[in-house]
Structures are given as C-alpha cells and as structure tokens.
Design a protein around this ligand. Sequence first.
Ligand code: S3P
Length: 442
Amino acid sequence: MTVTQLVAKRAGGLTGTVRAPGDKSISHRALILGALAQGLTEVEGLLEGEDVKRTAQAMAAFGAGVERLGEGHWRIEGKGGFAEPADVVDCGNAGTGVRLIMGAAAGFDMAATFTGDASLRGRPMNRVLKPLGEMGASWICRAGGRLPLTLKGGGLKHISYVLPEPSAQVKSAVLLAGLHAEGGAEVIEPEATRDHTERMLRAFGAQVDVHEEAAGRRRIVLASGQGLTGTKVRVPGDPSSAAFPLVAALITPGSVVTVQGMLLNPLRIGLLDTLGEMGADLSVANVREEGGETVADVTARYSQLVGVEVPPERAPSMIDEYPILAVAAAFADGPTAMRGIGEMRVKESDRIALMAAGLAACGVAVEEGPDSLTVVGAQRGNHGVKGGAEVTTHGDHRIAMSHLILGLSADQPVAVDEPGMIATSFPEFLGLMRGLGAEIEE
Ligand code: S3P
C-alpha cells in the first residue's frame, strides 16, 4: 500500500545516537567514476536511496558491472569508458545523477537518451548542455533544454568555462566530459561549490589542480589524457540528511541527539555555522579522516535560537539546507533573513515558494522575495508555532522532511503529502526519527 500522507505530532524530547545515511553527492560520484574507471571499485556506505539506485542502474546500462554485495556495499567493474545504452536512461528524481552522467557520457562517440520523473523533466538542463555544446557535444531535447533529451557525444575539445551560477553539478559535468576531451578541461568558479568530484577524481588517479584565485574563487584544471583506475571509496554520512535530526533536537525541548560519522567538508557545512550563530548548542567530537574527507560525531541539544542574517556568500555551502534552516528559524527569536538563494527555485521543486507557503500555512510569518526568504521566529512575543496544516510538497523530499520536523514541535500536528519521495535521499528517515522518540504517523 502506498502511504499518501505522514503526520508529525508534538511529543517529548528526542534522544539518542544515530548514523547519518551515506552522502548522496559522494554516492552518485562513486558509481559514475567507478564505471568510467578501468578495473574494480568497491564502495562502502553507499546511500541506497532511490536517486542513487537510478545512477547504479544507469551505470549498468552504460556497460559497467554493478553488483550489490551487502548493505551499502557495492562493487563496480569499470570498463574504462561508456558503451551506448540499449534503452532510455531514466534518472528518476535525480538532478545530480542526470547532469553528471550526461557530462560523463558526452565524452564518448554514441547517442544516449535521458529522462526522469515529472520534477526532473521540468528542471533546466541548459546549464549543462551549454558547456557540453561548446566542447562539441550535440543534442535534441524538449523546449527550454528539458528532458527527455538525446545527447550525442565524442570528439570533444578543451574548454575553459566560467560557471554562470554556483553549481557543483555543472562543474562536475564539465570535468567528467573533460576526461575524454582533447586538452582536458578548466572550470572557473567565482564562488566555491562542493568539491567531491575534484577529490574523487584524484582518488581514482587523475591529476586535478585547484588554484585559489581570490576569496572563494577557484580555477580547477583537469590535465588531458587521464585514465581512471578503480579504487576503494568509503562514503561519509550526509550532512544534508543529518540536518533533519539535528534541527529536530534544537527545536524540541528536552532533546539531545548525536549524529555519528557526519561529513564535515568545509564546502558543505554552512548550516552548522549558521545554527552556531543562532545560538545552537552543537558540539563536535571524534573528528577523523575517512576516505579523504573529514567526518565527526555531532551532538545537538535543545536551544533557544535567535534569528540571524545569513550571509549570501554562504549559500553554496548550504544550498540544500535552507528548507530545514527555515524551520529552525520559525522557532527562533526574531527574523532570519536568507538572501542570495535564487538557486533554491530550480531544485526538486521551487523551494522558496514551497517553504514560504508551508510555513505560512503553519502560522509562521514569512516574506518571500525573488531570491530571498525571511522567516519571523515564533519566540518573539512568546507564542509558539501553530502548525495544524496539510502541506503540499510537490514530491520534494526536503520539503516533506522539513515540515515533518516542524510538526514535532508545533502546537498542532503537521501533515505532508507524497511522503514516498523521502526515499530518494533518506530512506531511513522515518525509522530513524521514530527511534529518537518522534511521533510521525501514517
Ligand atoms: C549537488 C549539487 C547541488 C545540490 C544537489 C547536489 C551535487 O546542486 O543542490 O543536491 O552533488 O553536485 P547544484 O549543483 O545545482 O547547486
């Protein structure tokens, strides 16, 4: 039976220790680089969410051997390149999956047709197609650069590409195409974005040089003629998923929650910095290196938060975390202003619009701008968050999880529709939250 709604209710404090699920960004990359490489890649801690499973299927369709050895434990037998897929490649809900795979596929002399679910078919692919076209790829697609589209690759030439928007997906697509471009590729990013592709390319034996040109501005150079060799990848815990139990603890009186093994890559932890500025009681312990990334155990305790101005330049390091930050802000004292977040409008849904609508329906004062969202916290005047709404998620996993977390501390229960989509990034969400004491019912 498909669950059509989940309802979160106020309960007591949340307590316990959990492991964050594997990082989604790193999981996609491990499969794609494993398939492009020559030889065996073994991945531990792979996120077995729907998005990543689609990428695993896609890699098999492009000719790699893909085998699940156990929970989160996968083996990929790369053939040193992609073969033409026999059928349409359906990437489901996954923007990261389709954009990175298109970049990788562009390097080969073949045609591949990509599609996805209704959300993905509505998202802009031009941002990837533009640089791939400059390198020599061609395509036919629906109006506005939408899926489904057929990409024809091969014979690529060098590109030096300045990212028009801060997007790690576009950067990664260009670098992956650059692996099979004459002369390699160079990407200049005016604002630093998550660097998992650069790190993982190096782990697979490629030469990637990163030049810090000014504050945040980076020039990434992938030398030409690079072959990748299969390796072992250990996937750290996803900070974007860990954010949900951590914020739940911060806004629910009597809570103490620890998330173990959370990735602390500096380009992913803008939310922790922001919550710290809001007065969150967060502590970091057991800091260690795992598979070329820093991970640690992070503990959150219930805190009286205060509203803040989030610096716009922090957006790339917490772009997926603004929905749950908006929930934290709803329980803070005073307004929290989030600016420079226009990219949120082209995620799995228009996240600025849906957070504004969901919070307003729950009695929270919000102000929406073209690329901003201001949330006025409920603590001002000592009233709580009313809740009592049925929130439309448009099938966006992070909109659903954010409002369920809000419901745990609101005066009235909060319901979300299409909760099945949570499995795209965080299949254990319900069990994990219930294990901490959350009341979330079907
Ligand atoms: C991702 C990059 C971000 C992020 C997405 C994952 C990645 O998207 O929102 O969830 O793995 O590279 P953009 O590159 O569009 O900012």
